[in-house]
Write a protein that binds this ligand. Structure first.
Ligand code: NAG
Ligand code: NAG
Ligand code: NAG
Ligand code: NAG
Ligand code: NAG
Ligand code: NAG
Ligand code: NAG
Length: 634
C-alpha cells in the first residue's frame, strides 16, 4: 500500500507541477544544480508557519538535498565557484514562487561563495572517500543503504554518519551552507543510499524535509487525470504486488528465522500502541478517600515535586498518586495538555497514567495530582541499593536492562510527539510483580517547582546521571537520555551508585570508573560478581561495553535507544568505543571546545540526527518550546 501511495503521489507531482525553468544560463557559465528535484519531490518551499531561523534552516536543508542530487549525478559535492552567483539566483527564483520578498542570501546570512565551498576543501566524491577509512564507509553503507522511512533505520544511519563526522571531518568548514556537519548526509543520500536524495524517506531522514501526505495540489486538477492515474496506479499495483508476492515467497523460505523475528517486533509495536486512553479525571474527594486523607502511612515516595502516595480506588485497584506542591491555577491548561499527551503514551515498559485531579480547596489551596499504576516491586534503586534482601540475579538484570531500553526507545521513536525523559535514574525505573521494568515519571520535568534542581550547579560532581552537554548547556537531545540510561546500566551491572564520594571527598562517577577498567581490558571487573546466576563472560562484557558506550561524554559517540535495543536483543556487535579521557571533569573542556568550534548557534540543531526530534512539523508547539525550556515534551 505504501508503494502504491508513493507511486501515486509521485505521478501526481510529476505530471502536475509545471516544472520551472529557472534562469540558469549566463554567457558561458551555468549553474549545474537541478533545483527541480525539490519540485518533483513536492516539498515546495512553503514555510509560512516558521520563524526566520526555521525558514533559513529549511531553505538550507533543501539546498543540501539539491547538492546531494548533484553529487549523485556528477561525483562533485559543490558547483564550481564561478557558478555560485547563478546558482543562488536560480534558487532565489524558485524560492520567489513560494515566499515573496525573501532575499535568501541577505535574510539568512549566506555568502555567495558558500554554495561552492564546504568542508576541508573536499569537492569530489573520491576526495571524500580517500579521507575516510573503508571500514567506516562500509559501516555507513550497511546502515544507510535501506529505506530510511522508518525511525529505526534512520537512526542507525544518522548515528553512523555522526560517528564518521566526529572522527574524520574535524577540519575547518567554510560558511554554513554545506559544511562538515552536512557532508556526511549529502554523501549518504547521494552515494550510500540506493534510493537517493529524491526518495521521500531518505529526504525526510537525512535532510529533515517535510512532505505533505497526499497529492493535495492534485485536488484542484481535473478528475480525469486523477482517474487515469488511479487506473495506472491500480495496474501498477497489481504488477508490483504480484512481483512482490513471488519475491517475498522466495525470501520467506530463505529467511524463515528473520521473518519470525520481524513479526514479533511488529507485534511488540502493536502491543505498545494498545487501546485508546481512557484518562479519568478524579475529584479531590475521591483522591482524599483513596489516600485516607493523605495519610503519612500512605506515603511511598518523596521527590522534588512533592510526595507520592499509595491509594486504593473504589474499584479496589491500587494506584500511585503524585501530588505536586506549590502549584497555581495559571498553568492548568498546560498541565492538562501534558497529562493527555503522557496518558496517550502506552507501552509495556512505561508506567501508565490512569488519571489526574485538578482542584482548589479552601484549606489546601490549588491541587494537582496524577494517578499512575502502582508497581508492587518498588524501584530498581530499592533493589540495587536498598535492603531488599536477595540480590537480583543476572537474568533478572538482563530483563530489566532490555525492558528499560525498550521503554525509552518507545518514548524517543514510538511516541508522537517524541518525549525525552530527562530524568532517568534507578529510582525512576519501577518493577511490577513479574519484575518487568516500567519507566516512570516521563514528561513531568516542567512541573517540578524550580525545574531540574540538580542542574543548578555546574559542578561535574553533581551530575551522576545527567549528560555533560545537558548539564553544561541545557542541550537536550535523545542522546542525553541515552547517557543516563548508560549510567543506570552500569549501576545494574556493578551494583555501584552513579556517583560516590571518595575518601578524600572527591566525587567519582561510575562511568569514569567503568571506562578506566574497559580501557585496560578489564571490562569484566565492572560486573558485580556476587550476583546470582551470572551469565557468560561474552554476554557480560557486551553489556559493559554497551553501558560504557552509552555513557560516553561525547554526544556523537552514543548510540540511539533504538540501536541499544538492537544490540541488546541481537548478535549485533558493539562498535568500538571512541577514546576519551579517564575523568569526565577533565573532558569538560573538550566538550566545551567541540560545542563552540562548530559553525553558528545551530550546532546540534543542524546535525541531521536531531532534526527528527526537534524540528519536525510541530511548528506550532515549537515556538512554545523555545519559550518554555523546561518542557520535557519536544
Ligand atoms: C551575467 O553575469 C554578469 C556578471 O557575472 C551580470 O552582470 C549579468 O547581469 C548576468 N546576466 C544575466 C542575464 O543574469
Ligand atoms: C568555471 O569553473 C570551472 C571549474 O572551476 C571551469 O572548468 C570553467 O571553465 C569555468 N568557467 C568559466 C566561464 O570561467
Ligand atoms: C501542505 O499542506 C498544507 C495544508 O495542510 C498547505 O497549506 C500547504 O500549502 C501544503 N504544502 C505543499 C508543499 O503542498
Ligand atoms: C549561517 O551563518 C551566518 C553568518 O555566520 C548566520 O547569520 C546565519 O544565521 C547562519 N545560517 C544558519 C541557517 O545557521
Ligand atoms: C584549503 O585550500 C586553501 C587554498 O587552496 C588553503 O589555504 C587551505 O589551507 C586549505 N584548507 C585545508 C583544510 O586543507
Ligand atoms: C578501499 O577500497 C577501495 C575501493 O573499494 C580500494 O581501492 C582501496 O585500496 C581500499 N583501501 C584500503 C586501505 O583497503
Ligand atoms: C545498496 O543496495 C542495493 C540493493 O541491495 C545494491 O544494488 C547497491 O549496490 C547497494 N549500494 C551500495 C553503495 O553498496
Amino acid at each position: 500500500m505504501i508503494i502504491f501511495r508513493y507511486l501515486f503521489v509521485f505521478f501526481l507531482a510529476a505530471s502536475l507541477t509545471n516544472s520551472v525553468v529557472v534562469a540558469q544560463q549566463n554567457g558561458t557559465v551555468s549553474c549545474p544544480l537541478d533545483f527541480n528535484v525539490l519540485l518533483r519531490l513536492g516539498s515546495g518551499l512553503e514555510t509560512p508557519k516558521m520563524d526566520l531561523p526555521g525558514q533559513c534552516q529549511y531553505i538550507r536543508q533543501s539546498l543540501r538535498l539539491v547538492l546531494s542530487d548533484y553529487l549523485r549525478r556528477t561525483g562533485n559535492f559543490l558547483p564550481p565557484l564561478n557558478s555560485s552567483e547563478l546558482c543562488w539566483r536560480a534558487y532565489q527564483t524558485l524560492i520567489n514562487r513560494y515566499v515573496s520578498n525573501f532575499d535568501v542570501r541577505s535574510r539568512c546570512g549566506f555568502q555567495t561563495s558558500w554554495i561552492s565551498e564546504g568542508c576541508m576543501n573536499i569537492t569530489t566524491k573520491s576526495q571524500f572517500e580517500n579521507l575516510i577509512p573503508n571500514s567506516t564507509l562500509d559501516d555507513v553503507v550497511s546502515n544507510c543503504n535501506q529505506s530510511l522511512e522508518i525511525s529505526s533505520p534512520c537512526a542507525a544511519c544518522t548515528t553512523s554518519l555522526s560517528r564518521l563526522q566526529a572522527s574524520y571531518l574535524t577540519g575547518s568548514s567554510v560558511g554554513n551552507v554545506s559544511n562538515c556537519l552536512a557532508f556526511p548526509s549529502i554523501y549518504a543520500a547521494a552515494v550510500a543510499n540506493q534510493f537517493g536524495p529524491t526518495d521521500k524517506g531518505t529526504a525526510t531522514c537525512l535532510f529533515s524535509l517535510v512532505f505533505n501526505e497526499s497529492g493535495k495540489k492534485g485536488k484542484k486538477k481535473k478528475g480525469v487525470i486523477v482517474g487515469v492515474l488511479v487506473a495506472c496506479g491500480v495496474v501498477l499495483l497489481l504488477i508490483i504486488s504480484g512481483v512482490w508476492f513471488l519475491w517475498h515467497k522466495r525470501v520467506i523460505s530463505n529467511r524463515e528465522r528473520k521473518k519470525r523475528e520481524a513479526i514479533s517486533n511488529i507485534e511488540k509495536g502493536l502491543e505498545a500502541i494498545s487501546e485508546s486512553t481512557n484518562l479519568v479525571r478524579f475529584t479531590f474527594d475521591e483522591i482524599k478517600k483513596a489516600t485516607r486523607n493523605f495519610s503519612r502511612d500512605n506515603i511511598i515516595g518523596r521527590g522534588g515535586y512533592g510526595n507520592v502516595y499509595k491509594g486504593v480506588l473504589p474499584d479496589g485497584s491500587e494506584v500511585a498518586l503524585k501530588r505536586f506542591k506549590n502549584c497555581s491555577a495559571a498553568g492548568d491548561a498546560n498541565f492538562m495538555h501534558e497529562v493527555e499527551v503522557i496518558a496517550s503514551v502506552r507501552h509495556v515498559n512505561l508506567v501508565a497514567l490512569r488519571g489526574y485531579c485538578i482542584a482548589t480547596t479552601q484549606l489546601e489551596g490549588h491541587q494537582r495530582i496524577i494517578a499512575c499504576d502502582l508497581m508492587t516491586n518498588g524501584s530498581l534503586y530499592d533493589h540495587l541499593f536498598g535492603n531488599m534482601g536477595r540480590k537480583l540475579s543476572w537474568p533478572m538484570r538482563q530483563k530489566i536492562a532490555l525492558g528499560t531500553a525498550r521503554g525509552l526507545a518507545y518514548l524517543h521513536f514510538g511516541a508522537q510527539p517524541a518525549i525525552f525523559h530527562r530524568d532517568i535514574k534507578a529510582s525512576n525505573i519501577l518493577l511490577d510483580e513479574m519484575f518487568e521494568p516500567k519507566v516512570g515519571d516521563f514528561g513531568l520535568a516542567k512541573f517540578t517547582p524550580e525545574g531540574m534542581t540538580h542542574l543548578s550547579t555546574r559542578v561535574a560532581g553533581t551530575m551522576g546521571y545527567v549528560a555533560p552537554e545537558y548539564a553544561l548547556y541545557g542541550q537536550l537531545t535523545d542522546r542525553s537520555d541515552v547517557y543516563s540510561f548508560g549510567v543506570v546500566l552500569l549501576e545494574l551491572l556493578s551494583g555501584r551508585k552513579a556517583l560516590v564520594m571518595n575518601d578524600d571527598g572527591q566525587p567519582s562517577l561510575v562511568s569514569d570508573w567503568a571506562w578506566s577498567l574497559v580501557k585496560n581490558d578489564r571490562a569484566l571487573d565492572v560486573i558485580d560478581n556476587s550476583m546470582p546466576e551470572l551469565g557468560t563472560p561474552e554476554v557480560l562484557e557486551k553489556y559493559v561495553m554497551i553501558a560504557v558506550l552509552c555513557s560516553h561524554p561525547q554526544l556523537y559517540a552514543r548510540p540511539t535507544m533504538d540501536q541499544v535495543v538492537k544490540m541488546l536483543e541481537t548478535e549485533l556487535s558493539v562498535p568500538t568505543i571512541p577514546e576519551r579521557s579517564i575523568s569526565l571533569v577533565a573532558e569538560m573542556e573538550e566538550i566545551e571546545k567541540s560545542m563552540s568550534s562548530t559553525s553558528g548557534s545551530g550546532h546540534l540543531a543542524s546535525f541531521p540526527g536531531y532534526h527528527l526530534f526537534t524540528e519536525q512539523p510541530r511548528h506550532s508547539s515549537h515556538k512554545e518550546e523555545e519559550e518554555n525550556s523546561d518542557s520535557r515534551i519536544v
